[in-house]
Design a protein around this ligand. Structure first.
Ligand code: HEC
Ligand code: HEC
Length: 290
């Protein structure tokens, strides 16, 4: 049975939480402070819109890198993931961290880096953390091809616009329990991700040296729980309650994974979120006022 431990009372609370979550979903998913920005519908451009042959070749090569990252760039990837391991359906699905609409939301101030990041910086963040690898040369051919593809995916979207379906639905924070998470993991994740989270032919690693490192967004419990709740198991998403998603995310993210020593320089102006489970250097007064 899938949820052997749920009793009637708990099931009722879970149902209430689900209703609350559904209502949260009905609200537009906006980043605080950006509510006045223009909202545009989600639209995936068709390849037929790639008319210029040189541009087309560059964009399609960029896409190939995102879909087969390790084979394309073995020197820059340090785990068993590909970019599309988390950006589901090759970054073309709404509410599943799509790349559609990303390009036009950069340059962007990001509290984690404490500066205005270009899209190249954001891509390299995922190379260094999510892929536990090495940054690409920001001006090299590989980066240009990836950026060309992402720009294509934002065709027709005005700069700075908020797009429907961007990011993924976020759960309200709650406390997860790794012990209960083991049971969820065994009943719902093992068949694809392996008994020790090591990955199989069907799905990539969830922890260990072939997984994302401690500096990755996915290493944060709220991010992982929300992602898992919305999108996993990939063939039967949204069967977990929010509590079960937090439990299994807590289990997964308390397993060993590669370190990311540069993490101590994250959030240099403060504002580290509660679920970033590592020590950072104290914010100096100059950093704060710069
Ligand atoms: C382990 C999961 C994971 C992998 C693998 C991954 N990413 Fe990400 N990526 C994330 C998360 C989490 C975010 C933040 C999403 C959010 O906050 O809504 C993100 C954000 C992004 C963004 C910004 C999107 C936006 O619209 O703001 C880009 C661009 C991006 N990733 C590119 C890449 C590329 C390129 C790769 C491969 C080199 C990659 N990602 C691999 C998890 C991942
Ligand atoms: C039916 C197979 C299947 C099941 C079951 C499944 N997943 Fe996944 N999962 C996938 C696939 C496939 C991907 C990568 C998608 C891609 O590459 O297109 C993935 C990606 C992920 C990722 C991001 C990439 C990574 O490996 O870090 C996480 C986190 C994740 N799954 C967690 C879970 C959890 C937790 C469960 C159990 C609640 C679960 N999955 C159940 C197939 C599955």
């Amino acid at each position: 049975m899938l949820f052997p431990r749920i009793r009637v009372g708990e099931a009722f609370i879970a149902a209430l939480l689900l209703v609350a979550f559904d209502q949260a979903l009905a609200r537009p998913h906006l980043v605080a402070g950006q509510a006045t920005k223009q909202r545009v519908p989600f639209r995936v451009p068709s390849d037929a819109e790639l008319r210029d042959s040189v541009y087309r070749a560059s964009a399609l090569r960029g896409r190939a890198i995102l879909l087969a990252t390790r084979d394309s760039l073995p020197r820059n990837v340090g785990n068993s993931l590909r970019c599309a391991s988390c950006h589901i359906d090759g970054g073309l699905r709404r509410d599943a961290m799509p790349w559609v609409g990303s390009y036009v939301r950069f340059p962007q101030y990001r509290p984690r880096s404490g500066k205005v990041d270009l899209i190249e910086d954001r891509i390299n963040d995922c190379f260094r953390r999510s892929m536990n690898g090495r940054a690409l040369d920001a001006t090299g051919r590989d980066m240009r091809d990836i950026v060309t593809y992402l720009a294509f995916l934002s065709s027709g979207i005005p700069v700075g616009a908020e797009m429907e379906g961007q990011g993924f639905p976020r759960l309200e924070a709650m406390k997860g329990d790794a012990g209960r998470g083991i049971a969820v993991f065994r009943s719902t994740c093992v068949r694809c991700h392996g008994a020790n989270g090591e990955g199989t032919q069907l799905a990539p690693a969830l922890w260990g040296r072939r997984s994302y490192n401690v500096g990755a967004g996915m290493a944060r419990i709220n991010t992982a729980a929300s992602f898992i709740h919305a999108l996993m198991p990939i063939d039967r998403a949204q069967i977990l309650t929010p509590q079960q998603a937090f439990d299994v995310a807590t289990y997964v993210n308390t397993r060993p994974r590669p370190d990311f020593p540069a993490k101590v320089r994250d959030w240099p102006r403060g504002g580290k979120p509660a679920d970033a489970d590592y020590h950072v250097l104290p914010t100096s007064p100059q950093e704060k006022s710069r």
